[in-house]
Design a protein around this ligand. Sequence first.
Ligand code: IPE
Ligand code: MG
Length: 252
Amino acid sequence: MFDHLLALYPPGSEERGLVGRIDGKRLPAHVAITMDGNGRWAKAKNLDRNAGHSAGAEAAREITEVSARLGIPYLTLFTFSSENWQRPPGEVQFLMDMLYENLLNRHSLLDDNDIRLKIIGDLAKLPGKLREKLLDSEERSREHKRMQVNLALNYGSRQEILHAVREIVSSKIAAKAIDERLFSGFLYTAGCPDPDLLIRTSGELRISNFLLYQIAYSELYFTPTLWPDFRARELFRAIIDYQGRERRFGSI
Ligand code: IPE
Ligand code: MG
């Protein structure tokens, strides 16, 4: 179990100790993460906010690779919300450029780890070049089987739900035929199981319009750790915590 993962860490390391406490048969099938705290991380180091975003991208790369090696089938990363456009234009531009660069230079992350990329959110508002690159990366990775990464971009959950309602209405589905299963199939996350575990970093205790329908029974994990510092060992701790919980889904 976990041979691919343990290969990353030397004997006696803290990571090995933590991985040893994870039950491979009870892994979450879907982990969703709100990656928050890049700006505060930078500020604490007297750097500009964009340096925090660069460090945050490194953390995202590490968490993606480690999740794949752990054997988590679905990972959803809240990358850019539909409200993030309100940030200063220079910061928005930096984030868009950084995404583009990562897609251009980091395809090996998807290839080497057999990861399928899926974008969730309203792509229409993204810069054209970035949109093309995103669609290209989705296409190039569509046969990858080990894990699916959903990148939430220009994503807002209420908007996602309204989008689903409009699609259902315009496909003239009978009211009687609309049940939870059918509705889930019209969300951007169609085909993914609901998240078992939702993580938010940086100490904020909010959902912030993320996966509102899908997290009905998710376990929530909040940590004060700022996103750029959320590395493999933090993910292992979150999973150990998750595995210690009793999930009853409304039963007793
Ligand atoms: C998360 O970090 C990154 C994005 C939302 C793009 P923030 O940029 O929100 O960092 P804080 O909350 O200002 O510390
Ligand atoms: Mg924030």
